[in-house]
Design a protein around this ligand. Structure first.
Ligand SMILES: [Cu+2]
Length: 151
């Protein structure tokens, strides 16, 4: 009986650990036709071997009119990354992926579309000041949020 309860306890701990990992290693955002993300902040762990960013465009407008992406950068770099990204144009999804200030960037999607990207948690520093935003021209003012990074 003692062995059985120990086994149940261990199973419970394993499940809790997985739930925690899933929470801190993935960011799920929704973008809409009103130029908004559903979240103003998100938290990930720098210890995640891989962090997944998922973006679902829940609107109906095409990417050319109301495209959304998710770009992650240090908060102090956001304005410059956004400006340079817009300059790269729609064909490059309004983000220069060769820019070392771009920590991660999804594709640009339109209404009804979904995109994901993964990057190593090691690209973020625990306690650092990061922002996620959409680099479609004019969107970053409304479409941005704080990315908190834990250990
Ligand atoms: Cu957008």
């Amino acid at each position: 009986m003692k062995i059985l309860s120990t086994a149940i306890l261990l199973l419970g701990l394993a499940a809790a650990g997985q739930a925690q990992a899933a929470d801190t290693c993935k960011i799920s955002l929704k973008g809409d036709d009103a130029m908004r993300f559903d979240l103003k902040e998100a938290t990930v762990s720098a210890a995640c071997p891989s962090i997944t960013v998922e973006l679902v465009h829940v609107g109906k407008l095409p990417a050319a009119a109301m495209g959304h992406n998710v770009v992650i950068a240090a908060t102090g770099d956001v304005d410059a990354v956004n400006r340079d990204g817009i300059r790269t144009g729609v064909a490059r999804h309004y983000v220069n992926k060769d820019d070392p200030r771009v920590i991660a960037a999804t594709a640009l999607v339109g209404g009804g579309e979904r995109t994901t990207i993964t990057f190593p948690g090691g690209k973020l520093a625990a306690g650092g000041d990061y922002t996620f935003f959409c680099s479609f021209p004019g969107h970053a003012t409304l479409m941005k949020g704080k990315l908190t990074v834990t250990r």
